[in-house]
Design a protein around this ligand. Structure first.
Ligand SMILES: *[C@@H]1O[C@H](CO)[C@@H](O)[C@H](O)[C@H]1NC(C)=O
Ligand SMILES: *[C@@H]1O[C@H](CO)[C@@H](O)[C@H](O)[C@H]1NC(C)=O
Ligand SMILES: *[C@@H]1O[C@H](CO)[C@@H](O)[C@H](O)[C@H]1NC(C)=O
Ligand SMILES: *[C@@H]1O[C@H](CO)[C@@H](O)[C@H](O)[C@H]1NC(C)=O
Ligand SMILES: *[C@@H]1O[C@H](CO)[C@@H](O)[C@H](O)[C@H]1NC(C)=O
Ligand SMILES: *[C@@H]1O[C@H](CO)[C@@H](O)[C@H](O)[C@H]1NC(C)=O
Ligand SMILES: *[C@@H]1O[C@H](CO)[C@@H](O)[C@H](O)[C@H]1NC(C)=O
Length: 538
């Protein structure tokens, strides 16, 4: 029976086992009293895109304010300083980072391609207009500048198109009539003529279900998606690769999403995108309690699971992405959604969405609002930036299921390692109680048998026996133990850019593989375990 103990982790001792052929055989003596992470390494339960991590850029102008605070600064696609070195390095570090360009105002934006015969003016505050601003316009020279930046930084672009052009009010309160695609089509042609590499074109923002500013029926939306698909097919005719068609970039609504999927199947819509703001409004005083509450975090699983079910039963090639997720709506909450504590929510979301076959996850925002991965004035990375980068570098595309039998304050996720042997575990400790850590020492016999298993299943050439069993750990904790700190420590050292604006190296600590893993109070650990034999990963 090819099951063996691969590592033991302690807090009050968490063990990872590997599980083959249906049963986990473990030595009861060594595990007595311990909690265990069991990774089912036989087969993957889901797969993500290679570039799963995605972030958004929005259109909000500096005078966008929520609850008396104006949190956007110059973070709009229309005015972001594209010459900033840290911004460039932060995007480059992912090579590639997916960027989804969009947000509420995208459906009030026209492109200055000459077909509209209107002057190209920025968004202007207008309290009686939808979202508080009148129509805005993207000048083509700004679009050219943006594309120069995307090319230089190696970003993969998803552009959210205005889906409200041409709509008229319907008797039921929705907006209807066919989409007027004239302006969008000429904008797409412009991109093709310029040779701009657009990874995907997305139709509309938050118009699904009951909508946010406005809503459109699923039946009409499906027809418009098919129109977009035809525009793309004809405009990109003869191009070696065609961009993806994405829609609707809105909140999940089972009936509405089911209809959109069924009327665009089997292959008119590549990706169905949904948005997540499950923590409530940014002004909420209980955001941290919600983030640290495992049951609250689990609440989002039903959305992922429902959507996965819809896609599975539809007979479609459409896959799911989270197209925009900022956790707390109306621009987030300073010192929560831009602080260390938000990594608990964010990494848990990345882990959970992956398990339900979400291919990509776009964080609101790369920069702007109170939920930026980067500080909007200095561009210095906030803690979640480093969480995203570690995920991107360590978690492979194949998702493994895990079970943990201890407290629900420990969250566990496992993927095949990225571009490397073995697996990577993501362990999140939502508990801050300073209980005694009980160290569980390894037993000689166990070590020996683990080594034998190892040799049998995957000797890594060039490494000695000791190296074979070492693993790499990345421990994330907040500066000064303050969950609301905007600085994060990696293995005890503050992460910050250097004088050149370079993103720091993310160095692990090497740990003897037979040692347990400690996940400190209120901390996050990525553990890359090269010697973990997982048939699913080979
Ligand atoms: C999580 O943190 C608590 C202290 O808050 C600690 O007692 C526990 O051992 C940690 N869990 C793990 C698995 O390390
Ligand atoms: C968790 O599983 C391990 C191994 O099966 C066992 O030794 C331990 O007692 C379990 N812990 C709990 C809290 O059930
Ligand atoms: C943009 O950033 C560059 C480089 O950091 C700086 O020199 C320039 O002054 C900035 N421009 C604006 C408008 O802030
Ligand atoms: C669609 O929009 C364009 C401007 O982009 C306008 O010229 C045209 O008249 C509109 N078409 C219809 C049918 O309203
Ligand atoms: C403000 O928006 C309302 C509603 O869309 C519109 O009727 C009005 O003309 C706008 N005012 C200005 C000054 O643009
Ligand atoms: C951005 O960084 C500056 C300098 O560290 C800090 O004073 C400011 O509070 C940060 N802004 C936000 C919104 O986090
Ligand atoms: C800490 O432990 C005590 C006693 O075990 C428990 O009542 C309390 O809910 C715990 N607090 C947290 C934040 O886990």
């Amino acid at each position: 029976m090819a099951a063996g103990l691969l590592l033991k982790m302690v807090g009050f001792c968490v063990w990872a086992l590997f599980w083959l052929g249906g049963t986990a055989t473990v030595s009861t003596t060594a595990l007595a009293g311990g909690d265990a992470v069991v990774v089912d390494a036989r087969s993957a339960v889901a797969a993500t895109d290679d570039d799963f991590v995605c972030a958004t850029l929005d259109w909000w102008p500096p005078d966008k304010c929520d609850y008396g605070t104006c949190s956007w600064g110059r973070a709009s696609l229309l005015n972001l300083n594209l010459s900033n070195k840290i911004l460039l390095n932060a995007v480059k570090a992912f090579s590639p980072l997916k960027l989804r360009l969009g947000g509420s105002l995208q459906d009030m934006l026209i492109y200055d391609t000459g077909d509209s015969h209107q002057s190209c003016t920025p968004f202007v505050k207008n309290t009686s207009a939808m979202f508080g601003f009148s129509q805005g316009c993207l000048p083509l020279n700004r679009w050219d500048e943006l594309n120069a930046f995307f090319q230089k930084s190696g970003a993969k672009i998803i552009f959210g198109l205005n889906a409200l052009n041409g709509r008229v009010p319907m008797p039921d309160g929705s907006l209807g009539g066919p989409w007027n695609y004239t302006n969008a089509a000429s904008f797409i042609r412009y991109a093709v003529n310029k040779g701009y590499d657009i990874h995907g074109w997305e139709l509309g923002n938050e118009l699904s279900g009951s909508g946010v500013g406005a809503r459109i029926d699923a039946d009409q939306y499906a027809a418009d998606v098919i129109t977009l698909k035809q525009i793309i097919d004809s405009t990109y005719q003869g191009n070696p690769s065609k961009p993806l068609v994405l829609a609707p970039g809105g909140f999940f609504d089972a009936a509405w999403f089911t209809e959109l999927v069924s009327k665009t199947k089997p292959s008119q819509m590549d990706v169905i995108t949904h948005h997540i703001y499950n923590l409530g409004p940014g002004v909420d005083d209980h955001l941290i309690e919600k983030i640290l509450n495992p049951s609250y975090l689990d609440g989002e699983a039903s959305t992922f699971s429902n959507l996965q079910g819809i896609l599975k039963s539809a007979g479609t090639s459409t896959v799911a992405w989270v197209g925009e997720a900022g956790g707390a709506y109306n621009s987030g909450h300073h010192l929560v959604t831009d602080a260390f504590v938000f990594s608990f929510w964010y990494l848990d979301q990345l882990g959970m969405s992956s398990k339900y076959d979400t291919k990509s996850y776009c964080r609101q925002t790369l920069v702007g609002g109170n939920y930026g991965l980067l500080n909007k004035t200095t561009f210095e990375p906030n803690p979640d930036y480093y969480s995203a980068l570690l995920w991107h570098r360590l978690m492979g595309t194949k998702v493994l299921s895990t079970t943990f039998n201890g407290t629900n304050k420990i969250r566990t996720y496992a993927h095949c390692a990225r571009n490397s042997e073995g697996i990577t575990l993501l362990l999140i400790n939502l508990s801050g109680n300073n209980t005694n850590h009980i160290y569980v020492a390894s037993e000689g016999a166990r070590t020996q048998s683990a080594r034998k298993e190892n040799r049998r299943f995957g000797h890594i050439p060039g490494l000695g026996e000791a190296a074979e069993l070492t693993r790499e750990e990345y421990h994330l904790t907040p500066k000064d133990g303050n969950l609301q700190s905007q600085q994060v420590l990696l293995n005890g050292n503050v992460l910050a850019t250097d004088a050149n604006g370079d993103i720091p190296k993310l160095e692990p600590v090497q740990v003897e593989g037979t040692q347990p893993i400690t996940v400190g109070p209120y901390s996050i650990v990525f553990a890359h375990i090269p010697s973990f034999y997982a048939p699913a990963c080979s």
